[in-house]
Design a protein around this ligand. Sequence first.
Ligand SMILES: [Zn+2]
Length: 348
Amino acid sequence: MAVSESQGRAPIQVPCPWHRDEMQRLLDQHGQGRLPHALLFAGATGIGKFRLAQSLAQALLCAQPRAGLACGQCDGCHLSAAGTHPDAQTLVPEAGSNAIKIDQVRRLVEFAGRTAHYGGARVALIAPAEALNRSAQNALLKTLEEPGEGLVLILVSDQPSLLLPTIRSRCQQRHLPLPGREAALEWLTPQVGERDAPALLAAAQGAPLRALGLQEADWFAAREQLAGQLLAVALGRASPAQAGQALAAHDPRVMAGVLYGWLARAAVLAALGEQGGDADPATVTDPKVEPLLRQLAAQVPPARLLRAAHRVMEGRRQLLAGANPNKELLMEQWLLVLVGVDASASGF
Ligand SMILES: [Zn+2]
């Protein structure tokens, strides 16, 4: 968040550089009275969708937006920044939960039925929208259809396919792509340093905010050790349960994304044979971990590596849909596939 130092100015949320054009388009539409009353920002995790939604919400509630941003000076901006604007609602999972509960949706429905305190726009932000379960989504349908005077609903989703078709069809979907590598690195490098930026971006599959999150979680420092755990399992030096314990310290959704990348890479190396000796150096995305992945490829047949990668991907999908399994057991199940035990066909 960009924070201004001068007295009397509220901090305003600024979209990521690669979303500035989209922000301008949205505000132009609003200016022409053509902004849809329900928007769905869809795209990969960690590209700044929520930030764009917050920036738009603040700009819509601002009395005098300037240059495509909220002004930071009006009453509306001060209330937005304090999180107390009476014409704004944000629905996110409550602490300790992965789900947005139906009670939260009911409060939103009540909010939708009121009129604006400030006579301008009203905004409701829901993120991630896939955290709404089926009944919560159903409770939202009527509001999406008839949102009430001046209300703009902004749904943010990493996985819009998990939303009911009736929800999707009532929103205008804006698919936000991954930023280009150059733009992503330009934003990331000043924050994490030139040395780590490319590897972090690769580990985050090109999503810059996710890359920053990986660094902040000190995940980068632990990576070699974790890849070592995989190898230890493959060599029979550690049990899947022991390795699962070590891996469970990390966010399983982050872990699943990285683990998938490693297993898929090891499968390619294994399929090439000779410990992947012929692999094109340009395809190496993670130089520090590459030697460990080559050893893994020499130990585990490619089909088994692919099966493990597939299980991890299934698990990730369920985690993103709000499942909250025992982390140690989940990791253990993924690793068991490496030693030839595929305990679960469902991923959990
Ligand atoms: Zn303002």
